[in-house]
Write a protein that binds this ligand. Structure first.
Ligand SMILES: [Zn+2]
Length: 298
C-alpha cells in the first residue's frame, strides 16, 4: 500500500498550483482564426467561438466570473447571442460559465460522462478533494456518446469523443472548412498535462488522443490546446513524442520493480523539463501522475 500521505500532499500541491493558475487574471484576448471563428484566451481553458447571424457557439466557458468578459468578447467579434455551449470535458476551468449561460438560454452540449460527473459530487482520492455537483442550469441539455455535428454560420463543426484520455468524457472539435481543431485538455501546449486518473483519464489515452488528432492535421492546421498558446501539427507531434518517451521510461522503471519515489529520483522526464516543466505541473508531479496511471495505484 502506497503512502496516502505522500500522495495527499502531492495533490494538495497540484490543487495549490491550479488555484494559483486560476487566480492570475490576464484578461481575455481574442484571436481571429477564420471568418466567424476565433479563439479566446484568458483564465481557465482556451475557448473557441463560432459567431454570426445564426447565433454563437462557445467551445468551453472558463470560470463563472469570466462570463461578462466572454460575452463582451463575443459581441466585439460581431457575434449574436450565445446559443450553444460545448464542453470539452467536465472540469471547472472549462465549464464554470455553464450556469450563467444556461440560465440565459444557451443549450449546453457535452459527452454523456460530462453530464454524469457534473450531476454528482466528484471525490478525487488522489487530490483528497470533493467537487460539488453543479446546479441544474449548469448541466448539459444535449449529450452524445460518440459525437455530433453542428451546422452553424456556414461552418461544419464535428464534435468527436475520444477514448478516455484527460478524463472519460473528452471531446475534440473539428472546424472542417477552417482547418482548425480544438483539443480540450487532451493537449497542453508547452507544459506537462494534468491527467485526471480519478475521472478515468490515462497516459495511454492521452497518447492515443494525440495520435487521433494528428491524423486530422496537415501542415496548415491550427490547433487550439486546452491550455497554452495556439499551436500546430509539428508542436502537437513533439508533445505526443514527449508523452510516449516519458511513458516508456517510467514503464521500464515499473517493470524493474521501482517504487514511485525511486522513479521520481531517477528523473525520467529530465530531458524534457526545460521545454515542458515550467508550467503548473512540476516534473515530479507529472512523473507521479504517469506512474499512478500506469500502475493503477492510489
Ligand atoms: Zn481539464
Amino acid at each position: 500500500m502506497r503512502c496516502i500521505g505522500t500522495l495527499g500532499s502531492l495533490f494538495a500541491t497540484i490543487a495549490l498550483a491550479l488555484t494559483a493558475h486560476a487566480q492570475a487574471d490576464p484578461g481575455l484576448q481574442s484571436e481571429v482564426l477564420a471568418p466567424g471563428l476565433a479563439m479566446l484566451v484568458g483564465r481557465g481553458g482556451n475557448i473557441a467561438v463560432v459567431h454570426g447571424a445564426d447565433g454563437s457557439l462557445l467551445v468551453d466557458d472558463q470560470y463563472a466570473p469570466a462570463t461578462p468578459q466572454i460575452r463582451a468578447a463575443v459581441a466585439a467579434l460581431g457575434g449574436a447571442e450565445i446559443r450553444f455551449v460545448l464542453n470539452t470535458h467536465w472540469h471547472g476551468d472549462h465549464t464554470g460559465g455553464n450556469e450563467n449561460l444556461g440560465k440565459a438560454g444557451a443549450v449546453i452540449v457535452a459527452h454523456a460522462n460530462v453530464h454524469k460527473r457534473l450531476s454528482e459530487d466528484q471525490w478525487n482520492p488522489l487530490r483528497q478533494t470533493t467537487t460539488k455537483a453543479s446546479p441544474p442550469a449548469a448541466l448539459p441539455v444535449v449529450t452524445f456518446e460518440d459525437g455530433l455535428r453542428f451546422h452553424l454560420n456556414g461552418h461544419v463543426i464535428d464534435v468527436v469523443h475520444v477514448d478516455p484520455a484527460h478524463t472519460d468524457g473528452d471531446a475534440i472539435v473539428i472546424f472542417r472548412g477552417a482547418n482548425v481543431i480544438h483539443l480540450g485538455d487532451t493537449y497542453f501546449n508547452g507544459l506537462y498535462p494534468y491527467i485526471d486518473v480519478a475521472s478515468g483519464g490515462s497516459i495511454d489515452g492521452m497518447i492515443a488522443a494525440a495520435d487521433r488528432a494528428l491524423a486530422l492535421t496537415d501542415a496548415k492546421t491550427r490547433i487550439i490546446p486546452g491550455h497554452g498558446p495556439l499551436s500546430n501539427a509539428a508542436e502537437l507531434r513533439s508533445y505526443r513524442d514527449m508523452l510516449a518517451t516519458i511513458r516508456s521510461a517510467i514503464q521500464q522503471q515499473i517493470d524493474a520493480g521501482r517504487s514511485v519515489d525511486d522513479v521520481v529520483a531517477a528523473r525520467p522526464t529530465r530531458d524534457f523539463d526545460p521545454k515542458w516543466g515550467g508550467g503548473f505541473l512540476s516534473p515530479e508531479v507529472f512523473t507521479r501522475i504517469v506512474y499512478t496511471s500506469l500502475t493503477g495505484s492510489r
